[in-house]
Design a binder for this molecule. Structure first.
Ligand code: THU
Length: 135
C-alpha cells in the first residue's frame, strides 16, 4: 500500500464523519506492522468535549482488535469539499506515541489535490514521553 493509496482511504473515511458542530470532517487510515488496515472518522457530541478525533477512532479500533504497533497513518480533513493539510492534534500525536516507534511511524497529510506531506512522528512530537519511560 502506497502513501497515496492510504491517503485515498482516509479521504473515503471522511464520509463517515459525524461533525454537525464544527462542520470540519476528518478521516484517517492506518496500517499496522502486520499489514492490517483500519480507518476512522471524527465523532462529535452535543457536549463538545466528548468529541473523538478521526485518528484516535482508527487507532482505538486497531488496538481493540489486538494490534499494538502502527507503521503508517494518513489523515484527510477539511470543511465539506475544501480539504487541506490536516495535521494531527496534540492528543492524537500522544496516542500515536503509545502505539508506534516514533522514528518509524509515517504520518501523511494531504491538500486534497494530490499533494502529500510525509513526516515521522518524531518530527511532529519530538522529545516525547512514552511507554518506555514506565518500564
Ligand atoms: N479533529 C480530528 O478529527 N483530528 C485532529 O487531529 C484535529 C481535529 C476533529 C475534532 C473535531 O471534531 C473537528 O476536527 C474540529 O476540531
Amino acid at each position: 500500500m502506497t502513501e497515496n493509496e492510504l491517503f485515498e482511504l482516509a479521504m473515503e473515511a471522511r464520509w463517515g464523519a459525524y461533525a454537525p458542530y464544527s462542520s470540519y470532517q476528518v478521516g484517517a487510515a492506518l496500517i499496522t506492522e502486520d499489514g492490517s488496515l483500519y480507518t476512522g472518522c471524527n465523532i462529535e457530541n452535543a457536549s463538545y468535549g466528548a468529541a473523538n478525533c478521526a485518528e484516535r477512532t482508527a487507532i482505538f479500533k486497531a488496538v481493540s482488535e489486538g494490534h499494538r504497533k502502527i507503521v503508517m497513518i494518513a489523515i484527510a480533513g477539511g470543511s465539506g469539499e475544501r480539504t487541506n493539510y490536516a495535521y494531527p492534534c496534540g492528543i492524537c500525536r500522544q496516542v500515536m506515541r503509545e502505539f508506534s516507534d516514533p522514528e518509524q511511524l509515517k504520518v501523511i497529510v494531504g491538500d486534497g489535490r494530490g499533494e502529500l506531506k510525509i513526516h515521522t512522528l518524531e518530527e511532529l512530537l519530538p522529545e516525547s514521553f512514552g511507554p518506555d519511560f514506565m518500564e
